[in-house]
Design a protein around this ligand. Structure first.
Ligand code: SF4
Length: 329
């Protein structure tokens, strides 16, 4: 590990000012950053510890909920407001990592975790995300876990978070504080970037910008669920996951909000599937058509070709389950 200096921030505005300096990073739970520092993939000269900032509240705000960015994943999953109003989020959190990691990992850190592409973690291999312009070893390499939607010739990595997939389906917003003291709120869909030709730039956050909270609007009407398919039953990242919120009335789908994980550089809102489904009969045929629409632009890279039919089946089955429909996917 490279040498670095460390400070513990006592208030959010001084933390944001300190983190705006070149070579500086925030550290919270450290469940991803410390691994990256040990491998010298991340080499910050200075760390600003934000774990003691007063950002650990989960509070009702009218019909919605505001979640401080330092709330640990375990606390968030267990909170009655989340379990009762946003079960898709509780399920997604509990599908991620392990109990020990969820105890340490923060809400803000979960949003900003880096990809688990093998080549990103191997300094001997070319990787445009780690070293811009060096190439992408995954394109012609072992790419079983990689993206099938929204990828580019520069990077086919996927975002690893389960929590962010549920937040995307829930239309969450992100509150931030900038080093100049100003604040902004952005929809979660505007937080993440697709790789394009700059995969090393993963979010729209500015230098030093601190995530202070995640805000959930009123829970949408309908049933919610999160399904994750992975290589083993626990402690593994998603090959494909689906967060689905579906409202069925008089046998028809009145509303559907769908996000997918493990398929793209960012949590993937399945807008085409949502459009396809609205107003249709709640039937296996409708759900299969929606899944087909969701994957219409999908592209495999050899090792991950299997993800396209897998994603279609997982999405069809999840929509049927959340709508309470029996039948084979
Ligand atoms: Fe690097 Fe992205 Fe290619 Fe993986 S997929 S090697 S992260 S550029």
């Amino acid at each position: 590990m490279m040498p670095f200096t460390y400070e513990r921030a006592l208030d959010a505005s001084s933390a944001a000012k300190a983190a705006a300096q070149p070579g500086t990073k925030y550290i919270a739970g450290g469940t991803n950053l410390l691994d990256l520092m040990k491998l010298e993939i991340e080499k910050p000269a200075h760390l600003v510890d934000i774990t003691r900032l007063p950002l650990r509240q989960i509070e009702a705000t009218g019909d919605g909920v505001r979640i401080g960015s330092q709330v640990p994943n375990s606390d968030l999953a267990a909170h009655p407001l989340i379990r009762e109003r946003y079960p898709v989020l509780a399920k997604a959190l509990l599908a991620g990592a392990s109990g020990q990691l969820r105890n340490k990992a923060s809400t803000g850190g979960n949003l900003l975790q880096r990809t688990r592409c093998y080549y990103f973690y191997d300094a001997e291999k070319p990787c445009n995300k780690r070293e811009p312009g060096s190439g992408c070893a995954a394109l012609q390499g072992f790419n079983r876990i990689h993206a099938i939607l929204g990828a580019s010739d520069s990077c086919i990595a996927v975002h690893p978070s389960d929590m962010a997939v549920a937040l995307t389906a829930l239309d969450a917003s992100i509150e931030t504080l900038l080093p100049d003291g100003s604040k902004r709120t952005l929809p979660i869909g505007d937080l993440y970037r697709l790789p394009g030709d700059t995969p090393h730039i993963e979010t729209t956050l500015k230098p030093g910008e601190l995530i202070t909270a995640v805000v959930l609007p009123a829970p949408p009407a309908g049933n919610q669920t999160y399904r994750k398919v992975r290589d083993r039953a626990s402690y593994a990242f998603a090959l494909v996951s689906v967060a689905a919120i579906v409202r069925v009335d008089a046998g028809r789908v009145r509303d559907a909000r769908i996000a997918m994980g493990g398929v793209a550089h960012k949590p993937w809102r399945a807008v085409e599937a949502e459009k396809t489904l609205r107003g249709k009969p709640a039937s296996m045929a409708s759900f299969a058509a929606a899944a087909q629409a969701a994957l219409r632009s999908a592209k495999g890279h050899g090792g991950n070709d299997f993800k396209i039919p897998l994603a279609q089946r997982v999405l069809t089955r999840t929509l049927a389950d959340v709508a309470g429909i029996e039948g084979a996917a």
